[in-house]
Design a protein around this ligand. Structure first.
Ligand code: GAR
Length: 190
């Protein structure tokens, strides 16, 4: 069995895509825990609805949160941590001990970095009149959105696109891409 922990700060549609993929394709994989920094994150409800354990982070400060996470995760045997719309920086305790990947809704290195998340990214892409956007799955390091890239998917930005329509296109492509990447991890190809 391949053991996953998913971090999510918000809606959790990415988490849902992982849950559905594991279930629908009867994968030898299991999400052991969903962690959120936000008690109202809808992702937590999705986890509970699927009988997945949840944990809400208590500490707001970087160092204390890193220690809290290390402590919580020490109770699990984890193959991979997936940041699925998780907006906080990951600290050294986790970076040293786990394989961690993130999904980001742009073609990194474009439109990455602090403050660049979710709808802010799509608004910036539209404002810059980019012809293409997309999603990037990458390993995590100690800088926002700078870790080694595993894969990218491109989508065309049409002149009629708004941040909202672009977000829908990117998120659809992003989920397909994340699932392909997860399959590679589960089959030990990554
Ligand atoms: C996803 O598009 C993900 O790429 C983005 O947040 C969305 C999460 O949606 N992550 C970032 O912007 C991280 N920098 P969800 O809450 O519905 O899964």
């Amino acid at each position: 069995m391949y053991h996953l922990v998913v971090f999510a700060s918000g809606n959790g549609s990415t988490l849902q895509a992982i849950i559905d993929h594991i279930k629908n394709d009867s994968l030898e994989a299991k999400i052991d825990l969903v962690i959120s920094d936000h008690p109202d994150a809808y992702a937590l409800k999705r986890a509970e609805a699927n009988h997945i354990k949840t944990y809400i982070l208590q500490n707001k400060k970087f160092e204390a949160r890193d220690l809290e996470l290390a402590n919580v995760l020490s109770n699990y045997s984890i193959d991979l941590i997936v940041l699925a719309g998780y907006l906080k920086m990951i600290g050294p305790n986790l970076l040293e001990n786990y394989t961690i990947i993130n999904t980001h809704p742009s073609l990194l290195p474009k439109f990455g970095g602090k403050g660049m998340h979710g709808m802010h990214v799509h608004e910036a892409v539209i404002a810059a009149k980019e012809k293409y956007s997309g999603a990037t799955i990458h390993f995590i390091n100690d800088e926002y959105d700078k870790g080694n890239i595993i894969s990218q998917t491109k989508v065309e930005v049409l002149p009629t696109d708004t941040a909202e329509t672009l977000s829908q296109k990117v998120q659809a492509a992003e989920k397909i891409q994340l699932i392909e990447v997860l399959d590679r991890f589960i089959h030990h190809e990554l």
